[in-house]
Design a protein around this ligand. Structure first.
Ligand code: SAM
Ligand code: SF4
Ligand code: SF4
Length: 302
């Protein structure tokens, strides 16, 4: 087993400047009260320092808007100075606050703008309060301002009924804008179904046809659609490689498994504790105790 995690997803906080009707955040606010916290620079720095010897990559996200965290620019400065050896610093953002920190373009990894439609009308229904023109302009700015050869700029598109037909135009837009990838993600049904409609299922024929056509027509764009493609799925290796860190510092197996905590990333022993050991053993044997690891028991990646 690895001496320490190679990858973290660090969830920086809760605050958001939008209120997307489909967002998982609403459900999490009810069910995951323990993490209503904004991670501070000091907490971030202490957590990373502890695992510095084994860490190879990082993803920065949020239960709200990633770049709204007060200390985000300082965190990025720390990564540039002390963690320049990391292979990737992925950032997922709604793209509205890029002016706070253009220097995310100086690090390697994926910079994912969550834009669910290339059409203003649909975008503004799905991302209330955000300025479509500003987000598109920020996207173009970051394509131009990439200062690291390994920085790739692309789109995260959550698909519901209201934007189900926009997959092909989105990939067309991505090629025209010089983007590297479009990640087409099956929406998960929480609230907001009245506004955005139900999420299409994995394997949805309308989405699959657009993805197939766009891959042929726009070959410079990588289309990632693992929640829609019906293909052999890689088995989950997360407890051997990575942890998800919530804003309050609790370490979890992954974003689908927030009910399970391995312990605090600085004060506890999450990587070598009993909880992660049981999950490794159970994922290895294929026999999951659904009372303890309820999300893993039904997960298609295990
Ligand atoms: C929770 S957001 C946090 C970062 C930032 N606020 C944003 O929107 O990119 C992370 C990603 O989850 C996606 N997301 C939120 N709710 C979802 C849902 N119900 N189904 C699928 N993806 C969802 C967002 O579109 C975004 O790409
Ligand atoms: S911007 Fe991101 S976190 Fe905020 S409501 Fe929308 S999807 Fe959720
Ligand atoms: S089996 Fe699924 S739910 Fe469990 S840690 Fe892996 S990806 Fe997460």
């Amino acid at each position: 087993m690895m001496a320490g995690p190679q990858h973290f997803v660090v969830v920086l906080g809760w605050n958001c400047n939008s209120a997307c009707p489909f967002c998982v955040r609403r459900e999490l606010q009810r069910s995951h009260t323990g993490a209503k916290h904004e991670m501070t620079f000091e907490e971030f720095a202490a957590g990373l320092e502890r695992y510095r010897p084994t860490l190879k990559s990082l993803a920065l996200s949020s239960f709200g808007e990633t770049m709204l965290n007060r200390d985000f620019p300082e965190m990025i400065r720390l990564l540039a100075v002390r963690y320049s050896h990391l292979e990737a610093v992925h950032v997922i953002t709604n793209g509205s606050l890029m002016a706070r920190c253009y220097s995310v373009g100086d690090l390697p990894g994926l910079l994912s703008f969550s834009i669910d439609s290339p059409f203003r009308e649909t975008y503004e229904v799905m991302r209330p309060g955000l300025d479509f023109g500003l987000v598109m302009s920020n996207l173009r700015t970051m394509v131009q301002r990439r200062n690291h050869g390994g920085r790739r700029v692309g789109i995260n598109m959550a698909v519901f009924d209201c934007n189900r037909g926009h997959v092909y135009p989105m990939i067309q837009f991505a090629q025209a804008t010089g983007l590297s990838y479009v990640h087409v993600i099956a929406g998960m049904g929480f609230e907001g179904k009245d506004t955005v409609g139900p999420a299409p299922l994995p394997g949805d024929a309308v989405v699959a046809a657009q993805v197939a056509r766009a891959r042929k027509d726009f070959p410079s764009v990588e289309v990632i659609s693992d929640t829609f493609d019906i293909s052999p799925v890689n088995r989950c290796r997360m407890p051997w490689t990575s942890m998800d860190i919530a804003p309050d510092g609790q370490a979890h197996p992954c974003c689908r498994s927030l009910a399970v905590s391995y312990g605090h990333w600085v004060e506890g022993q999450p990587w070598s504790g009993d909880s992660i050991a049981r999950l490794r053993e159970q994922l290895g044997s294929g026999r999951i105790d659904s009372a303890e690891f309820v999300s893993c028991a039904t997960c298609r990646w295990r």
